[in-house]
Design a protein around this ligand. Structure first.
Ligand code: AMP
Length: 289
């Protein structure tokens, strides 16, 4: 596996691959890899095919953290990450530092103006601007044919699909399903920062999503469903509920009435200092014939 620290090194690797007519598939991450990330590497490998190449990035992007968030305490273990990527047969990793990625004189940003403001964007106002800008930079450095992102970050996936469409980027975006622990907790690099009591409480997110999936086909309105789910979360004293939203699964528009199309329920909660998110697509009842 080739390890690239600079943009120039990454470009040299990509140019070599291109000279051999290889498809290039990118998987961006912030590192501290877990099985969810590795499942995306496998999707990337499947898309790349036998002759194609998979490149992962490991970069804890400072511009997507708000002041006072967990940028400094975000977990890191690069040596372990490289071993995991090697074991998955990833061809190269781009792991730059922040000074390599951002020119101090940079003045250009990328923002999905509406999507950046809603849902998690309300809780983290600059977050999606940071994500959209760094992903655009990674796309320009790597110039991949396809890129893989997890459905765990449902809104992020929508932001990336939107920027690719709006800016006419010729890149296929592939979404990968959420990898979960045995008790349902969505895998996250931040899970290691949960205390034992918080870790024991955190599966309430997945339980609330399960409840929502069971109730969705009954004809219940989105607002009532939301209240039920919020009550389930609030019954867990260690969960500080940040948001519960039910949105159109494609447009992320709000829904209040009965579900008529696939919807998505999006949860955000803090357990101690640790911010966790989860989501699930909900299907309305099939119309009787
Ligand atoms: P992160 O390192 O948290 O920025 O995540 C890098 C990529 O992995 C993003 O596309 C995430 O959506 C995806 N990802 C994170 N956790 C999971 C998970 N539990 N299942 C599937 N994909 C995930």
């Amino acid at each position: 596996m080739q390890i690239c620290r600079t943009k120039a090194e990454a470009r040299a690797v990509i140019n070599d691959w291109r000279a051999h007519r290889c498809d290039v598939v990118l998987v961006p991450t912030m590192g501290f890899l877990h099985e969810g990330h590795l499942s995306l590497m496998r999707l990337a490998r499947a898309r790349a095919g036998a002759n194609g190449k998979v490149i992962a990035t490991i970069f804890v992007n400072p511009t997507q953290f708000e002041p006072g968030e967990d940028l400094d305490s975000y977990p890191r273990d690069e040596a372990r990450d490289f071993d995991l990527l090697r074991a998955e047969g990833v061809d190269a990793v781009f792991a730059p530092d922040a000074a390599e990625v951002y020119d101090p004189k940079a003045q250009t940003i990328v923002e999905t103006t509406e999507l950046a403001k809603v849902l998690i964007g309300r809780l983290r106002p600059g977050h999606f601007r940071g994500v959209a800008t760094v992903v655009t930079k990674l796309f320009n450095i790597i110039r991949p044919d396809a890129a893989v992102f997890g459905e765990k970050d449902f809104q992020q996936l929508a932001v990336i699909r939107t920027l690719v469409r709006d800016l006419d980027m010729d890149i296929e975006i592939i979404g990968g399903p959420i990898a979960r622990e045995g008790d349902g907790l969505a895998m996250s690099s931040r899970n290691v920062r949960l205390s034992p009591a918080e870790r024991a409480a955190a599966p309430v997110l997945a339980q609330a999503l399960e409840q929502a999936a069971e109730m969705a086909p009954t004809g219940i309105t989105a607002s009532r469903l939301r209240s039920h789910v919020r009550a389930t979360l609030e019954a867990e004293p260690r969960a500080q509920v940040q948001s519960v939203d039910i949105r159109d699964a494609v447009t992320l528009d709000t829904i209040a009435g009965p579900l008529t199309r696939p919807a998505v329920i999006l949860l955000a909660a803090k357990f101690g200092q640790v911010f966790l998110i989860d989501n699930r697509v909900l299907h309305p009842a099939k119309e009787s014939t």
